[in-house]
Design a protein. Sequence first.
Length: 374
Amino acid sequence: MSAGDVRIGQPAATLETPALVIDVDALERNIAQMAAYARKHRLRLRPHAKTHKCSAIAKLQADAGAVGVCVQKVSEAEALVAAGVPDIFITNEVVDPVKLRRVAELAGRVRLGIAVDSGLGVLGLANALRDVGTMVDVFVEIDVGQGRCGIAPVAAGALAHQVVSNGLRLAGLQAYHGRAQHLRAPAEREAAIHHAVRVARAAQASISAAGLVCPLVTGAGTGTFIHEAESGLYGELQAGSYVFMDRDYADNEPASTSPRFEHALFVKAQVMSRGVAHAVIDAGHKSHALDSGPPRVWQRHLDYQNGGDEHGILRIRAGAPAESLPDLGAAVWLVPGHCDPTVNLHDRYVVVRGGLDDGVVEAVWPIEARGCVQ
Ligand SMILES: Cc1ncc(COP(=O)(O)O)c(C=O)c1O
């Protein structure tokens, strides 16, 4: 779709397909709900912008009380800074001197944080910051159960000491447990975060034993944030997907004490071909990511099967009550299986107010950090 083919005030029903659409009423409720939760628990909220990659949404989150956003990539930070986002934490390790120079330069423009999990990373960061004459908040990342980045808790004190002795600002511990987010049962997620909290406490003790203060423990995602919040240890929440709620998150069995979030991100598609027992829509994995499974067909008892880059195949779900296949030309709304990589496939959001069926286009928001992989 070219940039000019969507009009403000246009009925959502007439949008060309495939289109990445935000139900802005639902988005606003999600943002308000998480902001209220963080306020009630006296926690800082720094939502992860790897979900939306968009300065307009970062601004809505900041207006609701967020202290800033997180990103994963230096180029995501650069894109959001260029779009006016003033406070960013790169929750990831960077060791390439060329990228570290970009980090140091960015730190001259906004408040910036970054994670480290190696002496090499600390030295490279210190060199780049010294050359450019800037400073960042440095978070020592610990592995709280994912088995990805992060050091063992006993090593936290030594690395924190290296941070400080290289003249850097020790801002705290990065303690995010990614694998816990989509454990389906609430008790499993709770147990995983209890483990993360034990690990983070041990890391804090290691930092204290090194004679240093750990100002903040930060982490948490949409699947587990209630447990980090209740731990009394975490001071900042990084949940991101709550703004959109993809199908994979909706498949989690909710915890009874958790706020509920609504689907706010959709791909509008159209039936372009009909068989006797299937309908073909114009949205394949060029329009939405399949890494976390298929999208849900919104408010229909239809199953989605991947039909390739540009096609999706819909069939009536076995045993579905009184369902019929949509007609040729009919609109179908998909709830993406995984929001972050789906967003990465599009240049912009079409922002609809008043519901998907009867609403109208209120805005078009660029996805500035789309494609920022470096
Ligand atoms: C470091 C970090 N923090 C927070 C999040 C946000 O998690 P979610 O989108 O599941 O809410 C992510 C997501 O991958 C992450 O990598």
